[in-house]
Design a protein around this ligand. Structure first.
Ligand code: PLP
Length: 233
């Protein structure tokens, strides 16, 4: 699909890694955004080797290449929202921060990808710190429970959310897909505390790419003017 001057479909700038299973990363984002009626502009931040259980290797893409790709896009049009997934390294995180400075006043959603579902790291050791530098520009960050703990060093969800909001993020959605509770419970916070809880029956089985899919679908809805509380549901 190529959109020219008369735009009818929201365009989402997507930073994400390539997962060859097609379950997570760029492909999950493109499919989720497409199902929300949006067009994805995918910028690949990393390549990975993985199956549906775990990853065995990742290679960050050269930030200079990302810079050229994004400059070509932004010289052509302004996207309606930004979705950030796997950043892999601190250099790409800092580059994305520079891009966000050029794109004020639009929804920005970050799903902090630190490790594959099977536990192998998908980011540099100091990536958490680089993600913190992005917080002031985020409409929403969507860590699962393990990611919220790794990002903040805190064990308790209310405190984790407060730490992320204190860093400058508007909203924090701590997702519960990785918990062992009977229901899946996602909790939405602002700097004022818990805003809402969303719960679903836990489906049997193991799912890959759920975090990417939820964050991308939310970005698509925000780009179409949906309120954040409705978009995360
Ligand atoms: N690979 C890539 C490229 C991803 O972006 C993600 C997403 O979060 C994952 C793997 C991990 O997916 P999951 O934790 O659902 O296995």
């Amino acid at each position: 699909m190529i959109l020219h001057a008369r735009q009818t479909v929201p365009r989402i700038l997507v930073f994400a890694g390539l997962d060859p299973t097609g379950g997570a990363g760029l492909q999950a984002d493109i499919e989720a955004l497409s199902s929300m009626g949006c067009h994805s502009c995918p910028v690949m931040t990393a390549n990975t080797v993985q199956d549906t259980h775990n990853a065995s290797r990742f290679e960050p893409c050269e930030p200079e290449l990302l810079r050229e790709q994004v400059h070509a896009l932004l010289a052509d049009f302004t996207p309606d929202a930004v979705k950030i997934g796997m950043l892999a390294g601190t250099r790409s995180a800092h580059f994305v921060n520079d891009v966000l400075a050029e794109l004020p006043h639009m929804p920005v959603v970050l799903d902090p990808v630190l490790a594959a579902g099977g536990g192998t790291s998908l980011g540099a050791a100091d990536l958490s710190k680089a993600i913190h530098s992005l917080l002031p520009r985020l409409s929403l960050i969507t860590p699962n429970q393990a990611e919220a703990e790794r990002l903040t060093g805190l064990a308790e969800p209310d405190q984790q959310a407060k730490a992320l909001c204190d860093g400058g993020c508007d909203h924090v959605l701590i997702t519960g897909g990785d918990a062992s509770t009977e229901q899946v419970i996602n909790r939405l916070y602002t700097a004022d505390g818990l805003v809402n809880e969303y719960s679903w029956e836990r489906l049997p089985g193991h799912f890959h790419g759920t975090g990417c899919t939820l964050a991308a679908a939310t970005t698509g809805l925000l780009a179409q003017g949906e309120s954040l509380e409705d978009a995360v549901f």
